[in-house]
Design a protein around this ligand. Structure first.
Ligand code: PMP
Length: 408
């Protein structure tokens, strides 16, 4: 055990020190759900939530989940080959139709959906081509595939969102097949994929494009089906992966594509076959959110965009730098670890939660607060947050860009 003790001691020293100083910003314990919650009895407005349309706590969603608990219980105690319900299959059919794909498969998380899809599709004849800012599920799926003896694909990275860099990689790849993995909206920067150019390059070099639109689902396109609706490119992107953990208010992974591709993944994705089936209350909640999107999607997306535009305008007026963001995800760049953590603490103590993103989540010099505007935020929430951001942005030299002193 001693090597584990040593490892834990050294790796956890910083966490322990921050906890003692009460400057540890993660694993805050919410005492209720929703964007308006409390921590330690103190009201908190959450501005780092991914509940983009504010539907997670809608009374209809809760009622559907409650009814499903009565009928099916909290879980199914088995994986999908042994525990599929009519509710799973019905929702898969409805999602395929809503997104406009032939077929859909529900995973237990979006992370598992991507892991399973990569491992099922990539083999020794494949080059996996990744954006350098890829989400952990894309990286982990790739590393998992690359570690399978006798099946390992080649792995190559291209510069974030650079069509030129992608083209160079595809041209010089060593394997005959290529799987290109991108995201619709990058969650740390809030920028959108350079999708049109990527689609054209993938077609030119006979590569299969896999899109993870976790953050575009419910936020982009007139109906809210994502970046492929917004750009009109759906029919040129063969595989789409998304999640229930943002707009769909719960947990669950979504794979969409041609029937034969989805069938292939269904029978080969180990993260699907060997992990518990999505609980039916979660399926029922997502299904109810889909009802709402089908009827009121356009109005809800418009409302989100109006709120995001208001917040963006005001943040810019105050003088904050928002990096490459052009969506509802607006990182407030602080560019220094202590400034970022101090901003977080000041805001948190005043009732606003904005999670600090520091190294290694982002590069040194690119530290920022995660600010997600959602449809569920009120005008008052946004104005409160803006006023506090201005106060602490001045106090901790984020707005002036001056260096911050020792402050021990
Ligand atoms: N892809 C992206 C781009 C994400 O941001 C996330 C979640 N943060 C996931 C996939 C994983 O989704 P889930 O939470 O459903 O596992």
């Amino acid at each position: 055990m001693s090597w584990i003790d040593d490892k834990a001691r050294s790796e956890l020293a910083i966490v322990r020190e921050n906890k003692e100083r009460q400057t540890y910003p993660y694993f805050r314990e919410f005492e209720s759900g929703g964007l308006h919650t409390s921590v330690g009895g103190k009201p908190i407005i959450n501005f780092s939530s991914n509940d983009y349309l504010g539907l997670t706590n809608h009374p209809k969603v809760k009622a559907a989940a409650n009814a499903a608990v009565e009928k099916y219980g909290c879980g199914l105690s088995s994986s999908r080959p042994q525990a599929t319900t009519t509710e799973h299959v019905e929702l898969e059919k409805r999602l395929a139709k809503w997104f406009g794909y032939e077929s859909c498969l529900l995973f237990t998380t979006g992370y598992q959906a991507m892991l399973g899809t990569i491992v099922a599709l990539a083999d020794k004849d494949t080059t996996l081509v990744l954006d350098s800012y890829s989400h952990a599920c894309i990286l982990d799926g790739t590393f998992l595939a690359a570690g399978i003896p006798g099946r390992a694909p080649e792995v190559r990275f291209f510069n974030h969102n650079s069509a030129k860099s992608l083209e160079r990689i595809l041209k010089t790849r060593e394997r005959k097949n290529a799987l290109v993995l991108i995201e619709g909206v990058y969650s740390l920067d809030g920028d959108k994929a350079n999708i049109k150019e990527f689609v054209e390059i993938c077609e030119r070099y006979d590569a299969v494009l896999v899109m993870d639109d976790a953050h575009g689902t419910g936020t982009l396109g007139t109906r809210g089906t994502g970046i492929l609706e917004e750009t009109g490119l759906k029919d040129r992107v063969p595989v789409l992966v998304s999640t229930f953990s943002k707009t769909f208010g719960g947990i669950g992974g979504i794979l969409l594509g041609r029937s034969d591709i989805v069938e292939l993944v269904k029978h080969n994705a180990r993260s699907f076959l060997f992990s518990a089936s999505l609980p039916v209350p979660v399926v029922a909640a997502a299904s109810t959110i889909l009802d709402m999107l089908e009827t009121d999607g356009p109005a809800m997306v418009t409302e989100l965009h109006q709120k995001a535009a208001y917040m963006r305008g005001k943040l810019k007026d105050i003088g904050f730098e928002l990096g490459a963001s052009n969506t509802h995800i607006m990182p407030v760049m602080c560019r220094e670890e202590r400034k970022t953590v101090f901003m977080h603490i000041g805001l948190f103590e005043s009732g606003v939660m904005m999670v600090p993103l520091i190294y290694p989540s982002v590069k040194h010099g690119e530290e920022r607060l995660r600010v997600n505007v959602t449809r569920g935020h009120t005008q008052e929430d946004m104005d409160t947050a803006l006023e506090l951001l201005k106060t602490y942005g001045e106090a901790f030299f984020v707005l002036s860009g001056e260096e911050i002193g020792p402050m021990e």
